[in-house]
Each structure stands twice: as structure tokens, then as C-alpha cells.
Ligand binder design. Structure first.
Ligand SMILES: [Zn+2]
Ligand SMILES: [Zn+2]
Length: 696
């Protein structure tokens, strides 16, 4: 006699066990039609699940009650589509051995082995999709059946599928006493797959789908193991959503910083140097330098002092800070000095011994710095401070090193060495609010200059039920309020996340939304009560007693690598004038105007503008095409007539037509003004906008 509690608190009682589908039908025909799955006591399951005891039931549909797509429903739909794709591929490639096919945030994949070497290619996608469409049209039910573990194993052994057998063994190790299959239709007759589920009710419910790409992988990620083919696909509830996804992917592909970085020669990653280690080419270095100069100048205005610190530090330093031996798996291994190494070798010390003895502090060494804070702390501690000296604000574009698994790195967003726009503020308790506010006002200026107007902040607060936090609760209250107030002052959306604070203090994170709607998590501002204690920092108060300062860590843009990766995609490589590696390309129409072109180029360079003349023998149309591909903001086309009238024909990036003519000096002045003003392309005050503003 199950009593079933629904999300609105109402209860339905039944005399006999009932399926979730039946309950949905009893609630309403509309819900029964939209239902894809069920949540029983919070666990996602099939709609066909029988309810034989009291439980809480929520019917899962693609749309959530509070609006928007239900991610669990979407994930179920995608995994169901993975089954359909696997069946379709098996029809076309009968030798295939299936391994594993989970859903992803953007779709799904299925790992497959092709023992005969006949592997599908992108040319087969249309055929696979056509087979999938047939299976969808047949609208077969996903039918689950369970077998006791041993019986299930015997079945898998008889089918000779070592991959599925391995999946089953792992399920057994995790405590499963039964194995489940999902037949697409009737068990024993239709296609089936060993699977935990859940699935949507039938193949007709999967919506719009597409086979996306192929990649090679290894069984269990082990390179010495069987080579597998990973077939990626995606699925959405509707064709419109799939189409929107494809448009976004295409836009993202055009903006991909890895592709643009290579095409525009902004950075290079070299196997001989090491994966995840960015080599900044001359062009990329210009962007980074301009950005650092800009941020650096704003920091100076706010009373920050520049410092420089080395890339390594002694293990003892990080033992004091708490970075070692914890977080060891995210750091490069330590460096041991020659003499120490020789002594240890003579003792017959093994690598394992060495590692243990370093962790215990019996052997010292150096570490590539994972954080800049300890170095800055030692600068602060190197001199006595009075309450009148505070805040002390130490800033450095500090390079740090973190160990990332090789599978996780790529481009500028996951790297093993990166430069933070770091600073540490040593402040009095009563200065925390003011200083957090200062950090945010700086961020606001920089985002506004870059035209990144859609961003939000997350304020990480204490978990009210936890006692893990260091520092005085009264100070925490003040610091949390300071973070909230500062976040509110930005006038952008912000959320409060209880439990997201570090154990040592509350924080503010920045998330930027790019032009195509993707979110980039950038940097952070963190209040810290812990490191001043660990390093026993103090300043002399007005009472002449020693007082403990509070630290604020801030790297609002995270790292220069990640931030510039984000900027490349934000601007799609078309940087505003001030950030562009080459700002003006001078294009002489012929040899006759070469001298005039050089004169213009020299005049621009003399004013600090990065200008080059294209003296190639190409026709001017070809020169324009090259400059456009290189995304150079302005082209100055000069011919013999321009030389005579001392004028320039101006073209702007992204504008098909010639903007018109401008006197030589006005053009040079205009470009300088636009660069120095750090104006966005086409904004009021730019050379481009001055043409639009001209009458007639
Ligand atoms: Zn499945
Ligand atoms: Zn720090």
C-alpha cells in the first residue's frame, strides 16, 4: 500500500504497487506525455520503475518547474541517444565491441573497439545518423531487466565481451549483487546493452541528435592498453536547441584561442619545452605587456608597490605557509642541492626515502613556487611596521608553477606555469572593508576598458554549520559584510555562496560572460586571517603593542595566460588598437608611393605606434586581404595622389569599404589618441568613428 508524496506535498495512496508512469498519468495526461523519468526519494530512475513502498516521487520532464532545462533529464536523453548510436553503429560495423557510453555536459560519447581495424570515419556519420533515425522512428521501449550477479557474469562470458565483463566486475567490486541490461525493445529479441540506466521511456523520445566527431582513446585511459575509438554525439530535446548549439559551437570554433593564437602567432607551445608551458611570441608579448602596463599603472594610482621575487623558494618556507607537503600532487617535485644529493646517494637513500624525508622536514630543498604569497610575506616581515604604514600593498606579476595532468592541459586556460596579476595587502582590521572595495574598483575599471560588461561576482562565505574556520568570528562577520558591500557596490549581479569561503577567510570570485554566452571563471579577492598567524606577522599599534595584520590576496584576472586566452576569444582576435600587436599597416599602391609610405610609417613609429609598411610586389587588393587576415585595426592606403596632397586613404578592420581620406597629420594624431585613450574599436573618439561623424 504505497503512500507517494509528490513535490507539492500532496500524497497519493495506492492499494498495490504502481509504476511512476502510472502515477504521472493519474496526475494528468499532460504530465504523462511530458514525463521522461522519475526521481524516487531523490534518486533518478526510469519512469517504468515500480513503487512498492512509501516514497517521495517527482516526475522528471525536460522543463523544470522553476523554468529552464532540467540537466538530469537532458543527461538521460543523451545517454539514451548513446545507446541508439551504438546500435546503429553495430548494424553498420558488426565487428564492433562496445565499451562504455556516458553523457557529457555537451552531449555524449561511446568508446568502441574495432578489432578488425575497420573504423568509422566522418564520412560514415550521415549513414550512422540515418540508422539512428530509423531506430527513433520505431519508437521502441527501453526495457530494463536484471540478472543475479553470477548469472549475469556467465551471460557476459558467453558473449565474449571482455569490456562489458570488466564493467560488470567493477560493479561487483562496488557492491552490486545484480547486473542490469537495457533492451531497446523486447529483451532477447532486440538490441541490448549492459547498463545501470536510467533511460527515457522509448527511442521516440530522444529529440534532435547529431554524430559530432571521433577521437582515439585507450581502454581505461591506459596507453599500453587496447586502442579505442571514441565516437562523440550530442542530443537536445528539440531541433531548435540543437541548431542553436551548432551555431554556438561554430562561433566558439572561430574564436578558439588555440586556433587564433596559432593563426595570429600570439603564443606557442612546444614539446621540446614542455606541455602546459606557454612561449609568448613577440606579438603575444606585446598584448601581455600592454595589459601589464595598464594594470600596473592603475595599481600605482591605488598606492600599490611593485616587487619582484624569484621563481623558487625553500621547502621550509612552504612548510610554514602550509603549501608543502600538502597539495604535493599539484606541484612539481622539489629540487635538491648537489651536495645534499651526493650525501643522500652515499647513504643509499631511495627516491621513496627522499620523498618521505622531505615531507618530514629532514631534508631541505627548493620548490618551484606554487604561490607568491610566502615571498611577499617575507618582504613585509623584513622590516618593522607601524599602524601608520598600513596598508602595505605589494604587487607582482608573479609566475607560479602547478602540476596538471597532461590530459587536462591545452591552450592558455590549463597550464603548468602561469603569471598571476598578484598582490598582497597587509592591512589593519579596520581597513579590510575599504581595501576590498579598492580591489573591486580596480577590476571595474579594467573590465570597462576591455568592454567586458557582462560579469558577475560570487561572494564565498562560511558554512554556518562548520567549525573549521580560523580567526575570530566577530572579524569574520565584518569581513563577510565587507565582501558583500564591496560586491554590491559594483552594480553587477552577485550571489552569496555559504560554505564557499576558504577556511582562512571569505572571498570574491569573478566570472565573465563572453560575447557568445560562455562563462569564464577568472580571479579572486580573498581575505586571510591564517597566513599572518602562520608567519607570526605583526605591526606596532597606536598602543605600542604588537598587533596581527590581516592579509588580502588578490589576483582579479587570475593569470595573464588565462585572461589573455579569454581576451583572444572575447575579441575573436580583433583586439582594440592599444592591444593590437601591429596597429597600422601602410599599403603603398605602387613603387612610386614607397617613399611616402615610409615617411608615414616613420611618423607613426616616432609617436610610439606599431606600424609597418607592406612593400611587397602584390597588388594593393592582395595586401588589404593579408592585413585583414592578420586583423590589423587600420590600413593606410597611399598612392601618388595621396603623396601629393599629403593625405591617407583609411580602411578599418571589419569594414568592407574604404572609410575615406584624412590629412597625414590628422591620421597620425588620431591613431595616437585612440591608442593612448585605450579606446575600444569603433567607439566614439576613434579614427573610425571620426569618419562616421563627418557630415555627408
Ligand atoms: Zn544505458
Ligand atoms: Zn596569495
Amino acid at each position: 500500500m504505497p503512500r507517494i508524496t509528490l513535490p507539492d506535498g500532496s500524497v497519493k495512496s495506492y492499494d498495490a504497487p504502481v509504476t511512476a508512469a502510472q502515477v504521472a498519468a493519474d496526475i494528468g495526461a499532460g504530465l504523462a506525455k511530458a514525463a521522461l523519468g522519475a526521481k524516487v526519494d531523490g534518486v533518478l530512475t526510469d519512469l517504468a520503475t515500480t513503487l512498492d513502498r512509501d516514497c517521495a516521487l517527482a516526475i522528471v520532464t525536460m522543463k523544470r518547474r522553476e523554468g529552464g532545462i532540467d540537466p538530469e533529464a537532458l543527461s538521460m536523453l543523451r545517454h539514451s541517444t548513446a545507446h541508439i548510436m551504438a546500435e546503429a553503429i553495430q548494424r553498420l560495423f558488426p565487428q564492433v565491441r562496445l565499451v562504455y557510453g556516458p553523457a557529457l555536459d555537451t552531449g555524449f560519447y561511446y568508446d568502441m573497439a574495432f578489432p578488425d581495424g575497420k573504423v568509422p570515419s566522418t564520412d560514415d556519420f550521415a549513414r550512422i545518423e540515418a540508422e539512428m533515425a530509423k531506430i527513433v522512428a520505431e519508437d521502441r521501449r527501453f526495457t530494463r531487466y536484471d540478472l543475479p550477479l553470477m548469472e549475469g557474469m556467465t551471460k557476459l562470458r558467453s558473449e565474449g565481451s571482455k569490456y562489458k565483463l570488466d564493467n560488470a566486475e567493477r560493479a561487483a567490486e562496488a557492491g552490486s549483487t545484480t547486473l542490469s541490461w537495457y533492451a531497446t525493445g523486447t529483451p532477447g529479441k532486440d538490441w541490448e546493452d549492459l547498463c545501470r540506466g536510467p533511460h527515457v521511456p522509448s527511442t521516440g523520445r530522444v529529440g534532435a541528435f547529431k554524430v559530432m566527431s571521433l577521437a582515439s582513446s585507450y581502454w581505461k585511459g591506459d596507453e599500453t592498453s587496447d586502442r579505442l575509438t571514441r565516437v562523440y554525439g550530442t542530443a537536445f530535446a528539440s531541433k531548435a536547441e540543437l541548431d542553436a548549439h551548432m551555431v554556438q559551437l561554430e562561433e566558439a570554433r572561430k574564436r578558439d584561442h588555440r586556433v587564433l593564437g596559432k593563426q595570429l602567432r600570439l603564443f606557442h607551445i612546444d614539446d621540446m619545452v614542455g606541455q602546459g608551458l606557454i612561449l609568448w611570441t613577440p606579438k603575444g608579448s606585446i598584448i601581455r605587456n600592454e595589459l601589464q602596463n595598464f594594470i600596473g599603472a592603475e595599481l600605482r594610482k591605488q598606492g600599490y608597490q611593485q616587487v619582484y621575487t624569484p621563481h623558487i623558494g625553500k621547502l621550509g618556507l612552504y612548510r610554514t605557509s602550509g603549501h608543502f607537503p600538502y597539495y604535493r600532487e599539484s606541484q612539481y617535485p622539489p629540487i635538491v642541492e648537489h651536495d645534499e644529493m651526493a650525501r643522500l646517494a652515499a647513504e643509499g637513500c631511495s627516491c621513496a626515502d627522499l620523498s618521505n624525508r622531505m615531507a618530514k622536514g629532514e631534508v631541505d630543498g627548493y620548490m618551484l613556487k606554487p604561490m607568491n604569497c610566502p615571498h611577499h610575506i617575507r618582504i613585509f616581515a623584513s622590516a618593522p611596521h607601524s599602524y601608520r604604514d598600513l596598508p602595505v600593498r605589494l604587487a607582482e606579476f608573479g609566475t607560479v608553477y602547478r602540476w596538471e595532468q597532461s590530459g587536462e592541459i591545452g591552450g592558455m586556460t590549463r597550464v603548468r606555469g602561469f603569471t598571476q596579476d598578484d598582490a598582497h595587502l597587509f592591512v589593519r582590521e579596520d581597513q579590510v572593508a575599504q581595501e576590498v572595495l579598492g580591489c573591486l574598483s580596480l577590476v571595474k575599471i579594467i573590465f570597462a576598458t576591455l568592454g567586458m560588461n557582462e560579469y558577475r561576482v560570487r561572494v564565498g562565505l562560511r558554512d554556518p554549520d562548520s567549525a573549521k574556520y580560523v580567526g575570530d568570528p566577530a572579524n569574520w562577520d565584518k569581513a563577510e559584510q565587507a565582501c558583500r558591500d564591496a560586491a554590491r557596490s559594483l552594480g553587477v549581479p552577485f550571489s552569496e555562496d555559504p560554505g564557499e569561503a576558504a577556511f582562512y577567510g571569505p572571498k570574491i570570485d569573478f566570472v565573465v560572460k563572453d560575447v557568445i554566452g560562455r562563462s569564464w571563471q577568472l580571479g579572486t579577492v580573498q581575505v586571510d586571517y591564517n597566513l599572518p598567524i602562520r608567519f607570526d606577522l605583526s605591526y606596532a599599534g597606536a598602543d605600542n603593542q604588537a598587533h596581527r595584520p590581516v592579509m588580502i590576496h588578490r589576483a582579479p584576472f587570475g593569470s595573464m595566460e588565462r585572461f589573455i586566452g579569454c581576451l583572444i576569444e572575447h575579441f575573436a582576435g580583433a583586439f582594440p588598437l592599444w592591444l593590437s600587436p601591429e596597429q597600422v599597416r601602410v599599403l603603398p599602391i605602387s613603387e612610386k608611393s614607397a617613399a611616402y609610405a615610409d615617411e608615414l610609417c616613420a611618423a607613426l613609429k616616432a609617436r610610439g605606434i606599431r606600424a609597418e609598411a607592406d612593400h611587397s610586389n602584390e597588388r594593393v587588393q592582395a595586401k588589404i586581404k593579408v592585413a585583414a587576415e592578420e586583423k590589423i585595426p587600420y590600413m593606410a592606403v597611399v598612392g601618388p595622389r595621396d603623396a601629393e596632397s599629403r593625405a591617407v586613404s583609411v580602411r578599418a578592420r571589419g569594414v568592407e569599404a574604404n572609410l575615406g581620406e584624412m590629412p597625414f597629420d590628422s591620421f597620425v594624431d588620431g591613431v595616437v589618441r585612440e591608442a593612448e585613450g585605450r579606446l575600444l574599436s569603433g567607439a566614439p573618439g576613434t579614427v573610425q568613428a571620426s569618419f562616421a561623424a563627418r557630415p555627408g
